[in-house]
Design a protein around this ligand. Structure first.
Ligand SMILES: C[S@@+](CC[C@H](N)C(=O)[O-])C[C@H]1O[C@@H](n2cnc3c(N)ncnc32)[C@H](O)[C@@H]1O
Length: 280
């Protein structure tokens, strides 16, 4: 049974990096006139009320979006990100945070398409309400990893598969690698963006090794840390692994992550990584 609810974590430092990278990919896809298709394999409920019971329990957003909200001299890509979050808030106060489905929705043109998957029975109902009968979007109550493969390649032959598991089950680390290999076989030119937490660094090293030896090419990793790795600290860093990234992604992150790691790092312990795991 699934117990994870993303509402506890909405807008935290991991969401900042995850959604920053997501926006860079969507901007890239929109540069061409041709239609694109997105698949969000782990959608969550879509929309988060930061004053609600779940989000306000640990207030994780306070070391995330809140730190950026009032600043006027942000690096350019963070400015774009904060502006987008502001669109979901009618006042100057930060009350609401959009999840990946609503962020992707903002970039869809009438010809583009978004498929959403969510397995949790409460979250899928909230998700359907969040995307509010948009004819460009379909939301499925199903396992995103196994179902998404059946949609590939998309008829548009351009697009993104966004994979954001909660890693509740340790085997998820192996499962994502296997799924990426299968998906890539069917749609080799697609962009794949995988989120990961750093809780136990050994697992991340295994994941990176599995991808490096998978035969997949053109893999970029970007990571943001707020504390030093430690088994007692919970999630200390998190990152995105992007296959077939926009060619400017590494350079763009180089302009943003040094600043972001300094700003969000706890007691000066911020860090970042920008690495090519496998070249083109
Ligand atoms: C990290 S949250 C998603 C957050 C969302 N992508 C965002 O950026 O706003 C992960 C979600 O995946 C759901 N989930 C877990 N296993 C799943 C699976 N196999 N297929 C689809 N959804 C799943 C969980 O219920 C949870 O809502």
């Amino acid at each position: 049974m699934l117990s994870y609810r993303h509402s506890f974590h909405a807008g935290n430092f991991a969401d900042v990096l995850k959604h920053l990278v997501l926006i860079k990919i969507l901007e890239h896809l929109r540069k061409k006139d041709n239609a694109f298709s997105c698949i969000d394999t782990h959608s969550g409920p879509g929309d988060y009320v930061l004053t609600g019971d779940y989000a306000s329990k640990n207030k994780e957003f306070e070391n995330g979006i809140t730190q950026l909200w009032q600043l006027t001299d942000l690096p350019e890509d963070l400015n774009t990100y904060v502006k987008l979050i502001k669109k979901f808030n009618n006042t100057d106060s930060l009350l609401r945070y959009p999840g990946s489905p609503l962020i992707i929705q903002q970039f869809l043109r009438s010809k583009d398409h978004l498929s959403l998957y969510e397995l949790h029975s409460t979250e899928i109902e909230l998700l359907k309400t969040s995307v509010n009968r948009d004819r460009r979007i379909q939301a499925f109550h199903a396992d995103g990893l196994s179902s998404a493969i059946n949609l590939l390649p998309p008829k548009q032959h351009r697009g993104l598969v966004f994979i954001d598991p909660s890693y509740e089950i340790k085997s998820d680390y192996d499962l994502v690698t296997q799924s990426l290999i299968k998906m890539h076989k069917r749609f080799a030119t697609g962009i794949y963006a995988l989120w990961y937490p750093v809780i136990d660094r050994k697992r991340n090293q295994q994941l990176e090794h599995a991808l490096k030896t998978s035969g997949l090419k053109n893999i970029q990793l970007v990571e943001l840390g707020i504390k030093e790795d430690s088994p007692e600290h919970g999630m200390t860093s998190s990152g995105m692994i992007v296959i077939n990234p926009p060619w400017t992604l590494a350079a763009d992150m180089q302009k943003t992550l040094p600043w972001l790691s300094k700003t969000l790092g706890v007691d000066g312990a911020g860090s970042y990584r920008i690495e090519t795991l496998v070249a083109e």
